[in-house]
Design a protein around this ligand. Structure first.
Ligand code: SF4
Length: 417
């Protein structure tokens, strides 16, 4: 297929495909799907070999959010029966993180619900980062606390954060239909603040919210423009009790095409299969590892994923290897660019330290990991109950596929890792 040869050539050169080429990937037929996966796999292997990076989510503060993101089980007015709790203590968060690291995770993602952190929240998260790094040598920490005010990214970096996550989620054109309490521009601003502070920017999307192919291509092009180092691709699982509870639009084939499009547009970044992996890719998860080089291990923020051991078995069975702590995830050119950005941020605008230079006003918002209710059973790799259709009819609530998290952070039960 000429299209795929062109996309592979461009991916190996880090050249941006045309919008028409990106749209054509989403329009490929099922007969062409394995060729699409193989082509995206060539690009993936060029930049990331056969390594899979494992990330581990710790939900520092769950539910009770004043924002209204339609996809989110923690939103204002959500009727989803999720765990609700306020800030974990640093030692509690560190204990949860240690379980993920022991399970093979290289990065811990610290997430808190809410529009954005207060300065006191930033101090609290700073202490949590210190506790985690003290107990887990070499671990990367990513913070995901919502919209950042001026100076907060610098303070998180000084506390030891390596990365900051804030997802764009969907295209600028449709953002207002998903959330009314903050804007797409607010989100872009926070990703830029993270970048400017020398943090590795992590920003991704949620597919399956009723968006068009053009919307998906738009948001992925925006992510490339923002130069995110990692791009989490969430597949919406409509959480009962949220406005999108009936949006069951995805098939495993569609998910694979979306991942391939992301890989072609952002060839040398960490493409992470995020929430909804088990529910929407189901038995096709191993195939998706040929495209993405990163996943979350174990559970999500408010929902349960497949057992951590099932993740590890899947990676080994598919012929991939878990990326070790001593390996740099990003290709050398990106790692070098990040190191240069960190050095520049440390200098600050007038040669003073960035932390000294920073101060400022509030903004707002938060990341989209909450859109990740996952599978019902924790032990077997395939989440679909016997007799369930391959794709739930649109408009039907499928609470049988969504297991609310009842273990790990915020509970007395051991985490899944
Ligand atoms: S995504 Fe973040 S800001 Fe939006 S409702 Fe959920 S927790 Fe709140």
């Amino acid at each position: 297929m000429d299209l795929l040869n062109t996309l592979v050539d461009k991916g190996l050169r880090r050249e941006l495909p045309t919008r028409e080429e990106a749209l054509a990937v989403l329009a490929t037929s099922d007969d062409e799907l394995l060729d699409v996966v193989a082509a995206a796999g060539k690009v993936r292997r060029q930049w990331f070999g056969r390594r899979v990076k494992l990330n581990y989510l710790v939900n520092l503060k769950s539910g009770l959010c004043p924002e209204d993101c339609s996809y989110c089980s923690q939103r204002l007015g959500s009727k989803a029966e999720i765990l609700k709790y306020t800030w974990l203590k640093p030692e509690e968060a560190s204990q949860a993180a240690a379980a993920g690291v022991a399970g093979g995770a290289k990065r811990v993602c610290l997430v808190a619900s809410g529009r954005g952190p207060t300065d006191r929240d930033v101090d609290r998260v700073g202490k949590t980062i210190e506790a985690i790094k003290e107990q887990n040598e070499g671990v990367e920490v990513c913070a995901c606390l919502g919209l950042l005010s001026d100076g907060q990214a610098e303070r998180l970096k000084d506390a030891g954060a390596d990365a900051y996550n804030h997802n764009l989620n969907t295209s600028e054109a449709t953002y207002g239909q998903i959330t009314k309490t903050h804007t797409y521009a607010d989100r872009v601003d926070t990703v830029q603040k993270a970048h400017a502070a020398g943090l590795s920017a992590c920003s991704g999307l949620i597919a399956g919210m009723g968006e068009s192919d053009e919307d998906l291509v738009d948001v992925v092009y925006s992510l490339r423009e923002l130069d995110s180092d990692s791009v989490p691709v969430n597949f919406l699982i409509p959480f009962e009790g949220t406005p999108l509870a009936k949006e069951w639009n995805l098939t495993p084939q569609r998910c694979l095409r979306i991942l391939a499009m992301v890989r072609f547009v952002c060839p040398d970044v960490e493409v992470r299969i995020a929430g909804g992996r088990e529910v929407h890719l189901r038995s096709m998860q191993p195939l998706a590892l040929n495209i993405a080089n990163s996943i979350f291990l174990g559970d999500y923020l408010t929902s349960e994923g497949q057992a951590g051991q099932a993740d590890l078995d899947m990676i080994a069975d598919a012929g991939f290897e878990v990326e070790g702590a001593g390996t740099t995830t990003l290709p050398a050119h990106r790692a070098d660019a990040l190191a240069a950005a960190r050095a520049a941020a440390a200098q600050g605008p007038c040669g003073s330290s960035a932390a000294e230079a920073g101060c400022g006003s509030a903004c707002g918002g938060c990341s989209g990991h909450e859109a990740v209710p996952a599978r019902a059973a924790a032990e077997a790799p395939a989440p679909v109950p016997a007799g369930a259709p391959a794709q739930a009819p649109a408009g039907e609530v499928r609470s049988d596929l969504v297991a609310v998290r009842r273990r790990g952070a915020g509970t007395d039960l051991a985490p899944n890792a």
